[in-house]
Design a protein around this ligand. Structure first.
Ligand SMILES: O=C(O)[C@]1(O)C[C@H](CCCOc2ccccc2)[C@@H](O)[C@H](O)C1
Length: 152
């Protein structure tokens, strides 16, 4: 059965998407991305929640809550926590919900230190460099991939 409940999480400073540094992060806002994602999921009969925070503990608490809510899959752009947060990694592993790691930029085309992720080795998939389309691709992957897994 395709997942019915998808949670999209965004880490620190992603609330600035589309408003600052457009030459790096593009001109699409997080609100634009959210609206498109909700419509995309709904067209497949899935529900989608969207959450952004600049606070590590709040992100961890939101991940914990996903377990109680019956979230089937998580799409997460951990932002700078990608490169630093064992705590957010542990929260994802602790709730045991499959997740896709997503970055709008190609982190391998940037500073060396951005190549280290605390999440990639546990992610179902890692998407980077597709800009806002990465969110569409991640949700499509989740919908298709989980449907296939349900058949196993
Ligand atoms: O490419 C991505 O999505 C990143 O997760 C974005 C993070 C930065 C999020 C901050 O986003 C901003 C957007 C507009 C203006 C300023 C920051 C960065 O630390 C990661 O290495 C890659």
């Amino acid at each position: 059965m395709a997942p019915k409940n998808i949670l999209v999480l965004n880490g620190p400073n992603l609330n600035l998407l589309g408003t600052r540094e457009p030459h790096i992060y593009g001109s699409t806002t997080l609100a634009d991305i959210e609206q498109a994602a909700i419509s995309q999921a709904a067209s497949s009969g899935a529900s989608l929640s969207f959450y952004q925070t600049n606070h590590e503990g709040a992100l961890i608490d939101r991940i914990h809550a996903a377990r109680q809510e019956g979230v089937d899959a998580i799409v997460i752009n951990p932002a700078a926590f990608t490169h630093s947060s064992v705590a957010v990694r542990d929260a994802l592993l602790g709730v045991d919900i499959p997740f896709v790691e997503l970055h709008v930029t190609n982190v391998y085309k940037r500073e060396e230190w951005r190549r280290k992720s605390y999440f990639s080795d546990k992610a179902e998939a890692v998407i980077c460099g597709l800009g806002p389309f990465g969110y569409k691709a991640a949700i499509e992957f989740v919908l298709d991939h989980m449907k296939e897994r349900a058949k196993l």
